[in-house]
Write a protein that binds this ligand. Structure first.
Ligand SMILES: [Zn+2]
Length: 467
């Protein structure tokens, strides 16, 4: 008893002694706050950068500019000029001699899973800290591949996005969807049959606790789950409107949500100034999505001619992925998933042809899941688009066109400003390429050697020019 009392007294005594120094520290922090606020999060104090003598792929044109100079101030492309840009000797401007190299916008992957790209399916349901560290490392690798922005189409990415924006970990800008919303048995319901039946209002499943996907079986439940994602910072909402490849109990041919259920999500998203994208392969799933007000179809690989025409007429986005053969072969021979992967990938050439024929607004993405090796192929998957498009069309798609889809997030756009283009006033996400990717698209498949400078938001994250 006495001993305890003594401890308490001595604690109080020490606390009072500390008080003046705490006060002093608080005053000092207060004094420093204004200068700290001027710095970009997690980076050196903002300076300007001047790219000299670069040829520009602006994200839109199929030809390079004449040798030009590009001045970056803060996080904005301030000036582009064919004649020399004179800079104030006192200003902190870093000159970068381009020597005819190509300056292009940072790449955008519009169907990425930042927290699921690298881990295995077993790990994905496991330790949260391990998975977060893996996702952080993968985010840095993604940025180092020249992908300065990703649209995340499902997974617990809100914390990762915040950590990147705060400069805690290096990575791309993330447009998060948060948890994928699915029906019982749908694509994204990864439960086993032994987990059934589920009591309505009962305990959340592991995947729901992790924020990977949420099961919703009525318009009310869809509204609830949609609003929860918006509350956490979703820039768009993702629902699965039909069967999928990787989930065990969702045949490809099925249509899942009712039109009313889809519409509940669309209304909730539109009330927040943003949109819904649905995972949909078949004409039926695509058509029901469109009828409910969905603005973007993910995949669409089994669409028919009439559905393609409808998408074009209604101005619906098609977010497509040229799924590499390695991803199909990742599923063991003889499994349901392997058969589904083969069926879907057979539809890719026809869907690209339909997209071109009807001039559907087409975005590009990779949809890499559960494979670090495949994630490293992100640039190579982009380069593989030349099976259907010219290098220029491919690079326009992965920059300015993808940015157009990002802008559909409207008031929920986490990074207001122009992305995917090199023009005055746009956000400074830039790559300096050793060679001309409009001639040789394979340059983007080897970013370690060919991307000499990677800049995001005006900050240089890689510079190997001096080597
Ligand atoms: Zn996906």
């Amino acid at each position: 008893m006495n001993w305890r009392l003594g401890r308490r007294v001595s604690f109080h005594f020490r606390a009072w002694n500390l008080w003046p120094s705490l006060l002093l520290a608080a005053l000092l922090i207060g004094a420093c706050q204004s200068s700290l606020a001027q710095e970009a999060p997690g980076s050196a104090p903002a300076t300007s950068t001047l790219f000299q003598g670069v040829r520009i792929f602006d994200g839109k044109s199929a030809v390079l500019s004449a040798p030009s100079n590009v001045l970056i101030s803060g996080n904005i492309i301030e000036r582009i000029s064919a004649s020399p840009i004179t800079i104030d000797a006192k200003a902190h401007v870093q000159p970068i001699p381009g020597n005819g190299r190509v300056l292009m916008p940072g790449l955008i992957d519009n169907h990425w899973h930042a927290t699921l790209a690298r881990v295995t399916p077993v790990q994905a349901f496991g330790d949260v800290t391990y998975n977060s560290l893996q996702a952080g490392a993968e985010a840095t690798d993604t940025l180092m591949r020249g992908f300065t922005t990703v649209r995340d189409m499902g997974g617990p990415t809100f914390g990762l996005k915040t950590a990147i924006d705060e400069g805690i970990v290096k990575g791309p800008r993330i447009y998060p969807s948060g948890a994928v919303i699915t029906v019982t048995s749908g694509h994204g319901d990864f439960r086993q049959l032994t987990d059934l039946p589920r009591t309505i209002g009962g305990m959340l499943t592991r995947m729901e606790q992790l924020g990977g996907s949420m099961v919703a079986d009525s318009p009310d439940e869809v509204r609830l789950r949609t609003r929860e994602q918006l509350m956490q910072g979703a820039s768009q909402i993702k629902l699965t409107a039909g069967g999928g490849v990787s989930s065990p109990f969702s045949p490809i041919d099925v249509t899942t949500f009712t039109e009313d259920e889809l519409r509940a999500a669309v209304e909730a998203a539109e009330n927040w100034g943003t949109y819904v994208a649905t995972h949909a392969f078949t004409p039926a799933a695509i058509r029901r999505s469109i009828a409910a007000g969905v603005k973007c179809i993910e995949h669409g690989m089994l669409m028919d001619e009439a559905t393609a025409q409808l998408m074009a007429e209604k101005g619906i986005w098609l977010s497509m992925q040229p799924i590499p053969e390695a991803l199909v072969q990742g599923f063991p021979v003889g499994t349901v998933q392997r058969a589904k992967a083969e069926e879907v990938s057979l539809g890719i050439p026809k869907t690209y042809e339909l997209a071109k024929k009807y001039k559907i607004k087409t975005a590009w993405g990779t949809d890499v899941l559960f494979s670090r090796a495949l994630a490293q192929q992100q640039g190579a998957i982009l380069a593989s688009m030349t099976r259907w498009y010219t290098p220029a069309e491919t690079l326009v798609m992965a920059t300015s066109t993808n940015a157009e889809l990002l802008a559909l997030s409207g008031k929920r756009n986490p990074y207001p400003g122009k992305l995917g283009v090199i023009e005055e006033g746009a956000l400074a996400d830039l790559l300096l390429v050793d060679g001309n990717p409009l001639d040789k698209i394979d340059l983007v498949a080897d970013p370690a050697n060919n991307f000499k400078i990677i800049m995001k938001d005006g900050v240089i994250y890689k510079n190997t020019l001096t080597k």
